[in-house]
Design a protein around this ligand. Structure first.
Ligand SMILES: Nc1ncnc2c1ncn2[C@@H]1O[C@H](COP(=O)(O)OP(=O)(O)OP(=O)(O)O)[C@@H](O)[C@H]1O
Length: 260
């Protein structure tokens, strides 16, 4: 049976001034897929994600989410999307209770319902004793946990994650990986954007590699491995993006450091 398409991107181009950032992206994403969305710095990952979220406009091409052209349906589809940004735009003068209930109410969830849900999710992450403390007193990992919870309160069907494990300890990383695998089995679509290749390799059932605004590889890790002579995703990444001089660059870097 053909799996339902949740995101469809056709001939997507985007420029900032005279800088061409996306140069014809085509992508069909299915229900239940975990897409490892990877690429070099500046390749255009965040730009694509922000276009899908409706935050960035001015593109050409067609972007459909749940079959709807997002330039026409500007609000409805957003209710079904969750987002963990790389740089948190979090109101950290609020307590977690205030912040999470505020976000929940924005999504139309009743205060008591979201309050109880948020507190129970915080308990699972081991941070419920800080529920009534201001977020600006939280550690980096605690803030990241609040962000992950806030992206999931409304039970979205598509999740966009930008370095979601950043700052999390090893135990929390295991919980989050397991949560993502479970959500995907339940039919959620997950865009997982990260530079940590061994996690992407393990967590994704499909990998999309962007380079200079174009998709240069798209397939499961095993498919990518077959079409490449290298073994790990990190090596495949280096090979496809044409990067083979890390040893020389490191040597040169250290020799400059040593010039005193
Ligand atoms: N608001 C903006 N105005 C001008 N240029 C921008 C803007 N946002 C992004 N760019 C440029 O677009 C290009 C792609 O940026 P983008 O943030 O999408 O890359 P990325 O793949 O997410 O990179 P990273 O891995 O470093 O997060 C970069 O060259 C960046 O400088």
């Amino acid at each position: 049976m053909e799996r339902e398409i949740t995101v469809e991107i056709k001939d997507l181009y985007m420029s900032y001034g005279d800088k061409d950032v996306l140069k014809g992206i085509n992508l069909e994403v299915h229900k239940g897929e975990i897409i490892g969305y990877i690429g070099t710095n500046g390749a255009g990952k965040s730009t694509t994600i922000k276009i899908m979220l409706g935050i960035v406009e001015g593109y050409t091409g067609v972007v459909k989410v749940f079959g709807q052209d997002i330039s026409k349906d500007k609000l409805e589809y957003k209710r079904r999307i969750g987002y963990v940004p790389e740089i948190a735009e979090i109101y950290d003068n609020l307590t977690a209770r205030e912040y999470l209930t505020f976000i929940g109410e924005l999504y139309g969830i009743n205060y008591e319902v979201v309050d109880s849900k948020a507190k129970r999710l915080m308990r699972i992450f081991g941070i419920s004793e800080s529920y009534d403390e201001r977020i600006n007193s939280y550690s980096k990992g605690m803030k990241q946990k609040v962000l992950i919870i806030s992206s999931l309160l409304h039970n979205p069907d598509i999740l966009f994650l930008d370095e979601p494990l950043s700052g999390l300890d090893a135990n929390s990383v295991m919980i989050v990986k397991e949560i993502l695998a479970t959500l995907s089995k339940q039919g959620k679509t997950i865009f997982y954007s990260s530079h940590i290749m061994d996690v992407v390799e393990k967590i994704s059932n499909r990998i999309v590699l962007l380079n200079h605004g174009q998709v240069v590889a798209d397939g499961s890790f095993n498919e990518l491995k077959k079409s490449s002579k290298e073994g790990t995703l990190e090596q495949i990444f280096n090979q496809i993006t044409g990067f083979d001089e890390y040893e020389n660059l490191a040597k040169e870097f250290v020799s400059i450091v040593e010039e005193v």
